[in-house]
Design a protein around this ligand. Structure first.
Ligand code: F6R
Length: 259
């Protein structure tokens, strides 16, 4: 795991944007795994800037989002389809049929989940997965206790996640109780993972995920077993890491060939 701590979310987003641009420049038909929520917004702004100002093209890119609420249509302003259209897809040149999001309105949710896994496999697998982290340690919507080998499936949100996400809805009762999410095993199959976290509210869970024991009770901790993960956090989210000064020293003294 590489831990990168920068002063602001914007600086973290700039690092993430550069990594994604390098990937796409070397592999125009790269497959990206994408997240929603407030965390990736600065990254998506940076990708839009790279597209508009530096000509980064997503025309051959395929993407798969981590999750979607069950029961919300893509036009619902709180659906993840709507979020992605607003925050990224509508502002870059990705083809709409290459940008995949689980269908939360599917009649047969189980076969939707199987098809989603199959579509990821058929695309050649995810080259780079963008992740945020829930205050309870979830990645995607893999809540504490999720099988660390799980695949795309239906999950029930915890009370903590419903409370956290209520800010996006007019009323907490409107937050759907169920979602479709890629599994922990699906996420672990990605070639590279970038996990972002910002703000003091994420400091405890970042320290558990990065420095605590690997446990299904903190699903993000499984990333300690992934060979190519960068955890990119602002000062506030990194403030409870025991080894913070070492992580900073490593980052600041990277040999040229590694940087
Ligand atoms: C959303 C997702 C979630 C969020 C997490 C953090 O697609 O996969 O795991 O990344 O709930 O949400 P924010 O960024 O709003 O704090």
């Amino acid at each position: 795991m590489e831990i990168i701590i920068r002063p602001t979310p914007e600086e973290c987003a700039s690092i993430g944007g550069r990594i994604i641009a390098n990937l796409i420049n070397g592999k125009p038909n790269a497959v990206l795994g994408l997240a929603t929520g407030s965390t990736p917004i600065p990254l998506y702004s940076e990708l839009i800037r790279l597209h508009k100002e530096e000509g980064l093209s997503f025309s051959e890119v395929t993407s798969f989002n981590l999750d979607e609420y069950i029961g919300l249509s893509g036009e619902h302003p709180c659906s993840y389809q709507f979020f992605m259209d607003e925050e990224l897809f509508g502002k870059i040149d990705i083809k709409s049929n290459s940008a995949h999001i689980p269908n939360g309105e599917a009649q047969d949710i189980q076969s939707e989940c199987l098809q989603y896994e199959q579509a990821i496999r058929s695309s050649g697998g995810i080259d780079l997965q963008v992740l945020g982290i829930g205050s309870d340690g979830h990645i995607g919507f893999n809540e504490p206790g999720s099988s660390l080998g799980s695949r795309t499936r239906i999950k029930t949100l915890t009370g903590e996640t419903i409370e956290d996400n209520a800010r996006f809805f007019d009323n907490p009762d409107q937050v759907p109780r169920h979602c479709i999410t890629m599994g922990v095993g699906t996420i672990m199959d990605s070639e590279t993972v970038l996990l972002f976290a910002f703000g003091e509210g994420k400091a405890d869970i970042i320290s558990k995920a990065v420095e605590g024991p690997v446990s299904a009770m903190v699903p993000a901790s499984i990333l300690q077993l992934h060979p190519n993960v960068k955890v990119i956090v602002d000062e506030a989210a990194g403030s409870k890491l025991a080894n913070i000064s070492y992580y900073k020293e490593v980052y600041e003294n990277k040999p040229d060939w590694q940087a």
